[in-house]
Design a protein around this ligand. Structure first.
Ligand code: NAD
Length: 501
């Protein structure tokens, strides 16, 4: 078989030890790989590469298109970019697949029949890294969710389920609060789920879904979610399955792919030859299947399962009464290599004979819509201000470009008109301007005129968001507010009469 070129990085902390162990096992199992080694992480950050990677390394990644990566240490503090996030986004690795299964009774776990695959969106959400400080008091991080991004990850989850004989795909989101962003994720999930009638589908609000997953993981099969939720919950899933050191993951894009452990560089364990190489090793099994070296994947995986069954465990898996022998990182690799050709007796035998590479889903072409600007949310700085003080300051702007001030909110809560004195305010106010009828198109020139006039009268504008409609539907959230006093009084009256009866 011709050798497949892959790029390898030994990483930081425990990285070099677990990479050596992993490569030794898969090569002994018959993997045909031509290794191109690159340097990433701490040493590269120290040389002044702000994302921890040099230009030559990118050339290797773009040439081989397959990356086996050990964990790296991300420097603390400003001025550095996360290498992991940079690689995922630069190479378009939109799908992060993290299988988390338990190996009871051989590895201690409270969840003996757990077998969950987390499919995490890998490029969007709060990881866009777009953050701004707008005032002394307010810091903002932009959460970006796109329709193409949702379509690709949700379709990937259903295709993965179909290809791997999985029965159900669950979606976790927080669309009861984030109605536009998480709302889109849920909506796209429902649309795509309808195309896969052979696979059961369900949606959970993430908070109760996460609680259910931590308590009863056997109720789940494949779970698809946005980036941050997936990052957090895949660590939870790996840990409750037995150890965070046990889970590997793949990062898949249309052209490139990256395989790694889900854990970090565990610097406190570095250089001691104690770390568990299983997470990276299982990542390498996903890689071998991805590049069509199924026989080597199968042999290596079965030898690993047999080693686990035989109770040969690194410190993190080791439990008195369950495990037989505590071994080092290299000792564990030796034990797996010694079992090549064997299969597990109790755990399911890995069988990759018929595994085919997955067709990577594409997003459907974007349907263009009629877009109109119907107003602007102008965020203004006013230290120690109130809603009324802000409104008074903006009064000279009323009518500019045909726009009028409709409502002011602070941290998303309506405070003018009819706000509550109890609402805590900070030093930036969102001031919503619209046409007098609240819905007519106003156009970009009106917005520009308003901003120019605001500057003239000394209003400090920190941020602008236009309110746009798409084929007539609002593309902006409603301002949350306490009930209008008159409406509240009417309700209280009805309530009082109901109580009297
Ligand atoms: P970590 O996952 O490195 O380690 C947390 C703890 O988990 C360790 O102290 C150790 O007790 C245990 N552990 C992790 N992997 C293990 C293994 N293979 N065998 C045995 N025990 C293991 O998390 P952290 O300490 O929060 O992060 C350390 C560094 O790793 C940070 O700089 C972080 O930014 C980075 N990190 C890198 C990646 C990556 O490269 N993909 C992922 C996560 C964190």
């Amino acid at each position: 078989m011709a050798k497949t070129p892959i790029t390898v990085a030994h990483g930081d902390g425990i990285g070099p030890e677990i990479m050596d162990a992993t490569l030794r096992i898969i090569m002994a199992a018959g993997a045909e790989l031509e290794l191109e080694t690159i340097e990433i992480g701490e040493k590269m950050y120290a040389k002044g590469f702000t994302a921890g990677i040099a230009p030559e390394a990118w050339e290797s990644l773009r040439r081989t298109k397959v990356f086996l990566k050990a964990p790296i240490t991300t420097p603390q503090g400003g001025g550095f970019k996360s290498l992991n996030v940079t690689i995922r986004k630069a190479l378009g690795l939109f799908a992060n697949v993290r299988p988390c299964r338990s190996y009871a009774p051989f590895i201690a776990t409270k969840h003996p029949i757990m077998d969950v695959v987390i499919v995490r969106e890998n490029e969007e959400d709060l990881y866009a890294g777009i953050e701004h400080r707008q005032s002394e008091e307010i810091y903002q991080c932009l959460k970006l969710i796109t329709r193409p991004g949702c379509e690709k990850i949700v379709r990937y989850a259903f295709e993965y389920a179909r290809l791997n004989g999985r029965k159900k795909v669950t979606c976790f989101s927080k669309d009861n609060i984030m109605k536009l962003t998480d709302g889109l994720f849920h909506k796209v999930f429902d649309e795509i789920a309808a195309e896969y009638p052979d696979i059961e589908n369900e949606h959970w609000i993430i908070d109760i879904g996460a609680a259910k997953m931590a308590d009863t993981p056997e109720a789940f099969d494949v779970i698809v979610m946005a980036n941050l939720y997936g990052d957090i919950l895949s660590d939870v899933a790996a840990q409750i399955a037995g150890s965070v050191g046990l889970a590997g993951s793949s990062n898949i894009g249309a052209q490139c792919s990256m395989f790694e452990a889900i854990h970090g560089s565990a610097p406190r364990r570095a250089g001691q030859n104690v770390a568990n190489p299983s997470g990276l090793f299982l990542g390498s099994i996903l890689m071998l299947n991805h590049i069509g070296q199924n026989a080597a994947a199968e042999a290596a995986h079965n030898a690993w399962l047999k080693t686990i069954e035989d109770g040969i465990h690194t410190y993190d898996m080791f439990r008195e009464g369950v495990s037989k022998e505590k071994v080092s990182t290299s000792g564990f690799a030796d034990a797996v290599i010694a079992r090549l050709g064997q299969t597990p007796g109790t755990l399911p035998v890995a069988n990759y004979a018929g595994v085919k590479p997955m067709t990577i889903p594409q997003a459907s072409p974007t349907k263009r819509q009629k877009i109109e600007t119907v107003g602007v949310d102008m965020f203004c700085y006013l230290p120690d201000g109130t809603g009324q003080a802000m409104a008074d300051k903006l009064a000279p702007l009323n009518g500019t470009g045909g726009l009028e001030l409709k409502v002011i909110s602070n941290r998303g809560q309506k405070i003018w008109p009819d706000g509550f004195g109890e609402t805590f305010c900070v030093d930036q106010f969102r001031c919503r301007f619209q046409a007098p009828d609240g819905k007519s198109a106003v156009g970009g020139a009106a917005v520009a005129a308003l901003i120019a006039k605001a500057s003239e009268i000394g209003v400090d504008v920190t941020q602008i968001e236009t309110q746009r409609t798409f084929d007539g539907a609002n593309g902006f959230s409603q301002i949350q507010g306490a009930c209008h006093p008159a409406r509240r009084a009417r309700r209280m009256d009805v309530w009082a009469r109901t109580c009297a009866n």
